[in-house]
Design a protein around this ligand. Structure first.
Ligand code: RIB
Ligand code: CA
Length: 306
């Protein structure tokens, strides 16, 4: 089977680092480009982290630096969770700077999309600023986008504030542009991510699972350090799993909008699961995950990353 061409837009980020490995080592996927965005940490750090990961994985994928801030709002990061560098806890090699393109992420995505022989899937696993800019500046790329499979949003409550998931919370205006684009969208939501806990007895096995396993084990000791003992949630890997093993999830096609004005709920993704708003569906959202099967899938895939 021909591998699916893929662009990853990311804010590494400890869970991004693992998701990027799963995608790069998956024979079903062909990663054409990695674009970076400010999110977990600032744009210089997320870009440097992407280049460090590629040096460590030994994968020569072009990287293009994207937005340093959301479209309108002030940047907010998650360095409290991922550390000041965004990938604290492991000693990476120097960034492979020769992979960094001169052009910015939007130009790079446009160029890759417009020469592609077949439509390309875009996998955003950070705030959606770059994707929104791409769609606004170069709408002609839309026929060249097969689908967007993103990690973000929730159909219930949030993890950044009461009702908002971090990736959407950081740039809700960008999320609205993407959700209103008419493109095929799958949202790997927080409701699935919360069920992807890798328990400590499994995390401990990662240490002996080759270089990606060792890296993940050491990063996880830093990531949400309160959780190492109780289990770690693989949010971004859910987007990869939606592509490679969608039957791990319960999903529903529905209409999703983004709250922009709420003083308490800005960034909340409103998933109209019962159809009250009478809009046509614009996304497929995950509403749950088979936690045990996800963990088995994750560990199996991690063992293949070598
Ligand atoms: O809410 C989880 C998301 O926020 C993940 O993408 C994680 O990397 C952070 O960016
Ligand atoms: Ca992320």
């Amino acid at each position: 089977m021909k591998p699916t061409p893929l662009i990853i837009d990311t804010d590494p980020g400890i869970d991004d680092a693992v998701a990027i490995a799963l995608a790069l080592y998956a024979p079903e996927l062909d990663v054409k480009l990695i674009t970076t965005v400010a999110g977990n940490v600032g744009i210089e750090a997320t870009t440097g982290n992407a280049l460090k990961l590629l040096a460590y994985y030994g994968k020569d994928v072009p990287v293009a630096k994207g937005a340093a801030a959301p479209l309108i709002r002030q940047p907010e990061d998650a360095s409290d969770i991922h550390g000041a560098t965004g990938m604290e806890g492991f000693d990476f090699p120097e960034p492979k700077t020769e992979l960094l393109l001169e052009k910015n992420a939007v130009e790079a995505m446009r160029d890759v999309l417009m020469v592609a022989e077949e439509p390309i899937t875009i996998m955003p696993i950070g705030p959606l600023t770059n994707i929104a800019l791409l769609l606004k500046v170069y709408p002609e790329v839309k026929p060249q986008i097969k689908e967007i499979v993103l990690m973000g949003g929730s159909v219930t409550r949030g993890n950044k504030g009461v009702m908002a998931e971090f990736n959407i919370y950081v740039d809700p205006e960008a999320a609205k542009i993407v959700l209103d684009s008419g493109l095929k969208i799958t949202m790997a939501t927080l409701d699935a991510g919360l069920g992807t806990v890798i328990p400590p007895e499994q995390t401990a096995k990662l240490k002996d699972m080759g270089k990606v396993g060792l890296m993940s084990h050491d990063l996880f000791q830093r990531y949400r350090k309160r959780s190492f003992g109780t289990g770690l949630k693989m949010y971004d890997s859910c987007a990869v799993a939606c592509m490679l093993q969608p039957d791990l999830f319960t999903m529903q096609e529905t209409y999703v909008d983004v709250e922009l004005a709420g003083s308490l709920t800005a960034g909340c993704t409103v998933a109209d699961l019962k159809g009250y708003l009478k809009h046509e569906p614009n996304a497929t959202v995950t509403t749950g995950v088979d936690s045990e099967r996800f963990c088995a899938w994750f560990m199996e895939r991690m063992a293949q990353c070598d």
